[in-house]
Design a protein around this ligand. Structure first.
Ligand code: SF4
Ligand code: SF4
Length: 314
């Protein structure tokens, strides 16, 4: 049977039909040396804080061929989640990405549909796997390598004229495509707005992100009390994540609104008062955050964050 070659144009058209804002392709080769060195530096300096899972399967993270037998192509896709209004409910703010339905579910449904499209147009000669933040795939690297945008100093993917409010997903396919995209050079220039906006000094132009100081890590991934060197992290009114280095970026000033209704704030959030947040029960937490990424921090974590932020609220 002759080798099937996927049409780049047809793939992009289907991705667009499924609602993805940007789609690009790159050969499924090991990641470039500079990125390997970045990972080694990040891990050796413990910039990954308590995210020990990042130490596991580094070989797979650096080589997509180890994730899918016969991998030939990585397809990177970006889904816009920008909702416009600030995500503040009862005086407390949430990171934008977390206020709607869990992005893993939404992105994976669309990735599964795109993978099904590939199987159909190839008459079963092409297959692959879909990934959305659930396996050791270096998603920011692949978004860059597939030409979706550049990697900003705030570590986010920045899509030209659209900014960085995007969820990323990947297909690793066993078929080649008839055209591969070229990576984009950085347009950050001498800008340091994100670095200056960071309240904890977690971003360094030379060293990248140190998760040990990052409020996004501390309020979501970190368990237990905040580290002694940050006994009162400057959360402001933000109790889940931190969007400051994203909001400061000039490329986000004219971000288009998402058409994905799932990413707009869930109604259960909009009626909450500051008093209700401060007295949040287990039953309320389960009800409000069903199918939500916020469940990751667990009730204990969210109450810890609320307590830390509350001195500003009242
Ligand atoms: S998310 Fe907040 S704390 Fe983390 S690097 Fe960005 S501005 Fe700094
Ligand atoms: S704020 Fe400036 S330096 Fe930071 S990511 Fe945006 S353009 Fe790059």
């Amino acid at each position: 049977m002759s080798e099937f070659i996927l049409s780049h144009t047809a793939l992009k058209a289907e991705a667009q039909r499924l609602g993805f804002s940007v789609c690009g392709c790159a050969p499924a080769a090991p990641v470039e040396d500079w990125r390997c060195r970045q990972w080694e530096h990040y891990l050796a300096n413990h910039h990954h804080a308590g995210m020990a899972y990042l130490e596991s399967h580094l070989d797979k993270r650096l080589n997509p061929r180890l994730l899918v037998d016969g991998a030939q192509t990585v397809v990177s896709l970006a889904l816009n989640y920008y909702q416009g209004d600030a995500c503040t409910f009862g005086s407390y703010q949430f990171a934008r990405y977390a206020v709607g339905r869990d992005y893993h579910e939404v992105v994976k449904e669309r990735l599964a549909a795109l993978l099904q499209f590939v199987r159909q147009v190839s008459d079963g000669r092409a297959d692959g796997r879909a990934f959305c933040d659930t396996a050791p795939v270096d998603e920011h690297y692949w978004a860059w390598r597939c030409g979706l945008g550049w990697l900003g100093r705030n570590t986010q993917l920045i899509v030209p004229r659209a900014g960085s409010h995007f969820f990323l997903g990947e297909l690793i396919l066993t078929a080649p495509v008839d055209h591969y995209d070229a990576p984009m050079s950085s347009h950050c220039g001498n800008c340091l707005r994100c670095v200056k906006a960071c309240p904890t000094g977690a971003l360094s132009p030379a060293d990248g992100l140190d998760a040990r100081r990052c409020l996004s890590y501390l309020t979501i991934e970190h368990r237990g009390p905040f580290p002694p060197e940050l006994p009162h992290p400057p959360l402001g009114n933000c109790i889940y994540g931190c969007d400051r280095c994203i909001a400061a970026c000039p490329h986000n000033q004219s971000a288009p609104l998402t058409e994905v209704q799932d990413f707009y704030p869930r109604p259960q959030l909009t009626t909450m008062t500051a008093h209700e947040w401060q007295n949040l029960t287990s039953e309320q937490f389960s009800r409000i955050f069903t199918h939500s990424a916020v469940k990751r921090t667990k009730l204990e974590g969210l109450l810890r964050n609320i307590k830390c932020a509350s001195f500003l609220i009242e």
